[in-house]
Design a protein around this ligand. Structure first.
Ligand SMILES: NC(=O)c1ccc[n+]([C@@H]2O[C@H](COP(=O)([O-])OP(=O)(O)OC[C@H]3O[C@@H](n4cnc5c(N)ncnc54)[C@H](O)[C@@H]3O)[C@@H](O)[C@H]2O)c1
Length: 677
């Protein structure tokens, strides 16, 4: 029988290398948000398994002391986080030179991980949750410590493998291979459901990575501001008939959520020059957004809220107002007082609707947290009742001319699960979709993703603001604002990016770009690194992109050839990025819409100024986007077909996309009808 002593002697990378003694349990800083208790219904045997699993990271000499502590954590929080191993105080993404490592990528990813866990950035920093209620960097602090150790030890000849937060180890590879390959919560089909996922999380074998939380590429709410700005603006253009060169002056947008991503709504509506009211039940989040200047005023009274909005609409002044209260109460007031809402959405975390993501009408935020701890069954009935009322109010508003869209938070699905069958187009099930569109189906899909426009981003790893300003300018010079209205929006965005004070955490920027635009900017940046105009730069993107995510209720909601239930595209994107040498590749289950509802992936590419990186940019960045455009073209999406035809022309001899012949609708309709006569 192998002894723990042999195990310890066989490993060079282990917690004992950092700690001679068991570290003290750290104090929790007051006012920092804490995750609610997670669902805990493990059997006795599984409880034992969870303890044994967590102790795998712990040397035997500490088992006696830590086993009861982990047991207590499991019972009180529903998980074993190993709080004791969290570094004391605030974690933040520091300048790259302050990190140890044997290769630049090893240091760069430590910056990214720490940025994801910054108090200013992370939703529940103590529980390693970056955003989206449950999106974690990894499962526990033991993993965090070991990942850091591995990144410090890693050379250009090795690849670190991370499976659901667990650092499996370093394996020999080549400088051209990714330095880090991450997968999160990929489950075998038969078990790919909420119940098994909860069990796997509690037992300590699954991590919910959301998108850029477990992919280490989150850059704070700015990452979402640009997409939200484009979405709201395009909603106005298509539904309120606002001309392409005008903004949302005088129009009212109402939504909920001032959390991780939803927190971007206030800033976005102000940039689009409209008036926004965002409801939020958690006062700490209202406060954070107010302090950041991402909302300008706060009220807890619907009358005052709507009155202030009206005054600003009349004066054509843009403003983001935080309503401290429940969105359902706010909408009830609007219906009762005949208030005209132009654009309406919702960004509560309905992908985790019964786990605290949606606070039901009638409960305060604290009561919601208490119910999650004490009576989940009753809590569920409150959530369902509230969702049904929420739906009823939206219907009334829509009848009065409001345009409502689902913001990819599984709201429509949650309403369906709460028993409202009328929300489905066929009145029965979700197979034919919902009566309300998702923002991707109506807006982002056809207007952005189908062309390849998506959330390209970068982080100036030096931590210097001058670097960010230089990159902003360089990126702006790469855009031709006259080409399409999307380019003009992106040009305006990057021109005003610094003025709009978007940075929270590391010096980072988001900029929607298409395939060629991304490549052009990436090459320019690498040249700037080479000439030492800036320090090294991390390139990445949100997984929520043209080709990164298969998600029938969201990113692929405008894929209508039946393939929206397939996950080939995201998987191919991940594999193709690995093959072409991205520095980090990640593939996740779930993302913003919940486990089993999506497969999504992303990348990180460290620009070190080398010619090797120029070569990777030319192949990988184009593939990353065009794989998605090609699939969208094959689904007969017009804008993707057009983009692919141009690409085939431009890339003759190197790339070639298969295009679909389009059948005559009448021919097909008549034949299909015959089958049912
Ligand atoms: N912004 C985007 O571009 C985008 C894109 C895709 C999906 N989403 C989805 O949007 C959702 C929100 O994301 P997040 O990162 O902000 O999550 P989050 O959990 O950080 O924030 C959601 C916020 O909603 C608040 N809330 C819950 N119920 C409420 C209620 N009834 N009334 C008012 N406020 C309420 C919560 O207190 C919380 O602060 C997720 O499901 C995410 O997947 C957002």
């Amino acid at each position: 029988m192998i002894k723990n002593k042999d195990i310890s002697e066989s490993m060079m990378i282990k917690l004992e290398e950092i700690f001679d003694e068991l570290p003290d349990t750290p104090d929790f800083v007051k006012g920092i948000r804490r995750a609610p208790k997670r669902d805990f219904n493990l059997s006795e045997k599984e409880t034992g398994l969870a303890l044994k699993n967590a102790l795998r990271y712990i040397p035997e000499k500490w088992h006696k002391e830590l086993a009861p502590e982990f047991f207590d954590e499991l019972l009180t929080t529903g998980r074993i986080y190993g709080y004791r191993f969290r570094p004391k105080g605030r974690i933040k993404g520091r300048p790259i030179d302050e990190y140890k490592g044997r290769c630049i990528e090893g240091k760069a990813f430590q910056v990214m991980i720490d940025n994801n866990l910054d108090f200013d950035i992370a939703l529940y920093p103590y529980e390693l949750v970056t955003y989206g209620e449950t999106g974690q960097v990894c499962q526990n602090w033991m993993q965090y410590r070991m990942i850091k150790q591995y990144l410090q030890a890693m050379t250009r000849e090795q690849t670190l493998v991370v499976e659901s937060g667990h650092p499996l180890g370093l394996f020999a590879s080549t400088p051209e291979a990714p330095r880090v390959i991450i997968t999160n919560a990929l489950m075998v089909g038969l078990f790919d459901d909420q119940e098994n996922w909860h069990r796997a999380m509690a037992v300590g074998v699954a991590n919910y990575g959301q998108m850029t939380a477990g992919g280490w590429m989150y850059i704070g709410p700015q990452g979402i501001v640009h997409g939200t700005y484009s979405t709201i603006l395009n909603a106005g253009r298509t539904k309120l008939r606002i001309p392409h060169d005008k903004d949302l002056s005088g129009y009212l947008f109402v939504s909920s959520g001032l959390g991780g991503m939803s927190g971007a709504q206030g800033k976005s509506i102000e940039i689009a020059k409209g008036v926004g009211i965002i409801a939020e039940v958690d006062y700490s989040r209202v406060q954070t957004r107010k302090e950041q200047g991402w909302i300008s005023k706060v009220f807890d009274n619907p009358a005052k809220t709507f009155k202030t909005a009206r005054i600003c609409q009349d004066k054509k002044e843009s403003i983001a107002i935080g309503f401290y209260g429940n969105i359902v109460d706010l909408l009830e007031y609007a219906v009762d007082h005949n208030i005209k809402i132009d654009l309406l959405s919702d960004q509560t975390s309905c992908h985790a609707v019964y786990d605290g993501g949606y606070c039901p009408q009638g409960l305060t935020f604290d009561q919601r947290t208490e119910y999650l701890r004490t009576d989940r069954e009753k809590f569920k009935t409150y959530v369902d009742r509230s969702l049904r009322q929420h739906f009823k109010l939206i219907n009334i508003l829509v009848e009065q001319g409001t345009y409502f869209f689902d913001y990819g938070n599984s709201f429509l699905k949650a309403v369906f699960d709460a028993g409202v069958k009328e929300i489905c187009k066929n009145g029965k099930n979700t197979l034919d979709g919902f009566i309300f569109p998702s923002y991707v189906e109506d807006l982002m899909g056809p207007m952005l993703f189908d062309f390849g426009y998506g959330p390209f981003r970068w982080v100036c790893l030096s931590g210097r603001k001058e670097d960010l300003l230089k990159t902003d300018k360089a990126a702006m010079e790469c855009i031709d604002p006259e080409r399409r209205f999307q380019d003009r929006d992106n040009y305006v965005w990057i021109k005003n990016a610094d003025k709009n004070r978007l940075v929270v955490g590391t010096q980072a920027r988001i900029l929607y770009q298409d395939a060629m635009g991304r490549m052009k900017i990436a090459l320019k940046f690498n040249e700037m690194v080479r000439s030492k105009e800036t320090g090294p730069i991390m390139l990445g993107r949100d997984h929520h992109d043209t080709g990164g995510t298969d998600s029938p209720f969201r990113e692929t909601a405008n894929i209508k050839d039946g393939s929206n239930i397939m996950a080939d595209m995201a998987t191919q994107c991940f594999a193709g990025n690995a093959a072409r040498g991205m520095s980090l590749v990640a593939l996740h289950n779930g993302g913003g819409v919940g486990i089993g509802n999506a497969i999504n992936g992303g990348f990180g590419l460290v620009l070190d100024g080398s010619e090797r990186i120029d070569g990777i940019i030319k192949k990988a960045i184009l593939w990353d986007v065009m794989g998605g455009v090609a699939r969208r073209a094959w689904a007969r999406n017009q804008n993707s077909i057009e983009t692919s035809i141009k690409y085939n022309e431009m890339r003759k001899g190197s790339d070639h996309i298969t295009l679909p012949y389009v059948a005559d609708e009448k021919l097909i309709k008549d034949l299909a009808a015959k089958a049912f006569k």
